[in-house]
Design a protein around this ligand. Structure first.
Ligand code: AKG
Ligand code: FE2
Length: 740
């Protein structure tokens, strides 16, 4: 099949595809969509605003197609056959044009295929006519939304084709191949966009990568623990080797220690010399009978020699002690270098680091062999001078180095003292009495009575009925989206003045019926991921008074009586600290109730609660970005250049690690990206070791997770700065692995 015939086939195929059944028209039953602050429409509103497609032309095509199906009985080849064998090119062209023009007359907006659900999330507007098309339906398959916005003049198939009216059969093919060129233009446009990626594109891609990647702080924390004690040390060391004078100093001092080796050798020579002098002295003493002058001369010479020897011995004694200490220090130093170099294998993917490591390793090897020879010489001297000194370098324990930091290392910085994290003060709820008028109560209960049969039982006790812009899924139940009745909207309006922000978006209402006092809802949290992390959770009570219990992790409990026509307001945030539930009333009260009922037939044990929340499926991706000025271009929202509807969230400023806000200022966002640290690294006045910085960062992450155990904390790579030195430090801090 040629590309041209495939194209014709595709175009013809559109109206024949698996379209969903025509959408229902707006039900005129007093049910109106619940509108939120941003004016978003409730389910069912958008499609209904377009008139229905007249299918007369489409039916013709369907009939034609069915005939062929009967003949060929091969669904997948149908379109090819239609174009290349059974239908002439002119027939196809006129069919296509007829189909397109009849669609235009009917549709005011929306793609002619009338199939939003299947064909993608956005439409491309024709710059000539009023039609909008799905990329796929206009053969712009693959174009991004951003690229489509760059199309300053794009003619839809319908506007494009009449310009290329075929004058002969062969021109028909040309017209279609011209049409195909549009696709090439789009590709070019996409390419251009790719090359001129803006900061936002870059961040978006980066953030998407973080979100799609299952790795998170939790998965890495074990590794971080080890890296704290090992890798950060080697990073510091390597950084210093890169240009830090301190490292050179250190190497110089190691060299000095090595130079002492020659002193050790001279000690052995001196000892030999001492022996020979002692022997000489003995000879002198034995030859006491020699001539005086000779004797005197010899004695003077010997005395002088003895004094010199004594001085040398004193000197040896002093230096010997020094040598012993130097020996111990040198061995410790070598041990430490070995410990920190081992985990540095991980960083070998960086050529620069590899060559540095290689040179350090070479130095180590040569130092090691020198150490061995020093040891040989030093041992006998040690026996004479300082037996009490231990030699840690000689330990027989050859196991891998312990994970505890080497506190003797010159680089060691004790981690900062951390206060244990405590739950921030958080009120479980706010209660307001008397918010619903009797008149409104009657209207609401009237509606509820009408819909009585639609309640569904949950948890074997209470019954629920749901309305909302999106479906609501929680443990044990799923409720599909459903238009919210006007009277329920009125109820919400009545309580709005009692809300902390009367404009809060609340696009769902769960009605719960507690038919009698044994009906209850167990202790739980309203912390489903589809709830806006910043949502208030507003519950109106109508009917029988019941008590709600709140309990937090430290065992504090609080009970509130919920009067008829009252409201209590919680926040999504409070759910991570407080549980709530409505207990059944005890048996004694229950039997009293039955007696009461027997006597006066009192009807109402029923309580209804109406809980309003801001719910949307995309809140499961909700995102808080905590970052330095590099993150200032990240914009949340639904417009071009933002992170889009499926990553709702907010940005919090934190120029340095220590400024990362406490959890209660962040909120229970599903994803929390931390992008801060470059300013710590570049701050020369604040020379904390990486070890200490990571310790603070880790503490911040742990605090966040202790509040929001269901959140993911991502540590973002830091972006380069203008300073080469800072980048170098950052490169080492990031360990070349993306995080930590
Ligand atoms: O009926 C109530 O007041 C509580 C309802 C509730 O907690 C819930 O639906 O999650
Ligand atoms: Fe609840």
């Amino acid at each position: 099949m040629t590309r041209e015939t495939r194209l014709q086939a595709n175009i013809i195929k559109k109206p024949l595809g698996n379209r969903p059944p025509p959408r229902k028209s707006e039900p005129g039953t007093g049910l109106i969509p619940l509108k939120n602050k941003a004016g978003s429409k409730s389910a069912g509103n958008t499609p209904n605003s377009s008139p229905m497609l007249n299918n007369s032309v489409l039916h013709r095509n369907v009939t034609h197609r069915r005939n062929i199906v009967e003949e060929t009985n091969a669904e997948s080849d149908i379109e090819v056959d239609v174009v290349s064998q059974d239908t002439s090119a002119n027939d196809v062209s006129s069919q296509l044009k007829e189909m397109l023009s009849s669609s235009t007359n009917i549709l005011n907006n929306g793609c002619p295929c009338q199939d939003d659900a299947l064909k993608g999330p956005f439409l491309i507007d024709c710059t000539k006519c009023t039609l909008s098309w799905h990329p796929e339906c206009s053969n712009l398959v693959g174009i991004t939304k951003a690229a489509s916005k760059k199309l300053t003049s794009w003619k839809c198939p319908q506007c494009f084709l009449p310009q290329h009216k075929p004058s002969s059969d062969s021109d028909e093919g040309n017209a279609f191949s011209e049409f195909l060129k549009v696709t090439a233009d789009i590709r070019k446009c996409n390419e251009e966009l790719k090359d001129s990626a803006t900061a936002i594109d870059f961040f978006n891609a980066h953030i998407k990568h973080l979100l799609l990647n299952e790795d998170s702080y939790v998965q890495h924390s074990g590794r971080i623990q080890k890296l704290e004690t090992h890798v950060t040390e080697i990073k510091d060391m390597l950084l210093k080797l890169d240009g830090n004078e301190q490292m050179h100093e250190e190497l110089r001092s190691i060299k000095k220690l090595i130079d002492m080796k020659s002193q050790a050798e001279s000690l052995a020579v001196l000892q030999e010399e001492i022996q020979s002098i002692k022997a000489a002295l003995a000879t002198i003493t034995a030859n006491q009978t020699h001539e005086n002058t000779t004797h005197e001369n010899t004695k003077t010479a010997t005395d002088l020699k003895l004094t010199a020897i004594q001085e040398t011995l004193d000197c040896v004694e002093t230096h010997g002690t020094e040598l012993q200490r130097a020996n111990v220090a040198l061995k410790e130093e070598l041990e430490w270098l070995r410990e920190v170099l081992e985990p540095a294998e991980e960083t070998r993917n960086c050529t620069n680091q590899t060559s540095i490591l290689d040179s350090i390793n070479a130095t180590l090897t040569s130092m090691n062999s020198q150490l061995e020879s020093i040891g040989d010489h030093v041992c006998p001297i040690n026996l004479n001078l300082a037996d009490e000194h231990e030699q840690p370098g000689r330990t027989t324990n050859q196991q891998s180095p312990p994970l505890t930091p080497n506190t003797q290392s010159p680089h060691y910085m004790p981690p900062p003292e951390h206060e244990p994290f405590s739950c921030p003060p958080c009120e479980p709820y706010h209660y307001v009495d008397n918010v619903v008028t009797d008149e409104l109560k009657d209207r609401v209960l009237g509606l509820v009575a009408q819909l009585s049969g639609e309640f569904q039982s949950v948890g074997g006790s209470r019954e629920v009925l749901y309305f909302g812009e999106y479906g609501y899924h929680y443990t044990g139940a799923y409720h599909a989206a459903k238009e919210t009745p006007l009277v329920i909207q009125d109820l919400l309006q009545a309580v709005r003045p009692s809300l902390p922000n009367s404009n809060s978006i609340l696009n769902s209402c769960l009605i719960t019926r507690y038919a009698n006092r044994s009906c209850h809802i167990p202790m739980h949290r309203d912390n489903e991921t589809c709830i806006d992390p910043d949502s208030v959770i507003v519950t109106v009570s109508l009917g029988k008074e019941r008590a709600i219990k709140f309990a937090n992790a430290s065992g504090t409990e609080h009970t509130q009586d919920l009067k008829d026509r009252s409201v209590y307001i919680m926040s999504r945030f409070s759910q991570d600290f407080w549980e709530h539930g409505i207990e059944p009333t005890d048996a004694r009260e229950e039997s009293e109730r039955i007696e009461d009922e027997d006597t006066d037939g009192a009807p109402s044990e029923v309580r209804y609660s109406f809980t309003f929340r801001h719910i949307a499926p995309h809140f499961k991706n909700s995102l808080a970005i905590i970052g330095d000025s590099n993150t200032q271009h990240i914009k949340f929202g639904k417009k071009l250049g933002t992170l889009g509807a499926w990553a709702p969230g907010k940005r919090l400023k934190a120029s340095k690690i220590e400024n990362i806000p406490p959890p209660h200022e962040i909120g229970p966002y599903k994803n929390i990206i931390i992008h801060t640290g470059i300013n710590n690294i570049s701050d020369d006045n604040h020379r904390r070791s990486n070890n200490a910085l990571i310790s603070v960062l880790k503490k911040k992450c742990d605090d966040i997770l202790s509040c929001y155990p269901n959140s993911k904390v991502h540590i973002s790579l830091l972006f380069p700065t203008k300073s080469k030195y800072v980048n170098n430090r950052e490169r080492h801090s990031a360990s070349g692995k993306g995080r930590y």
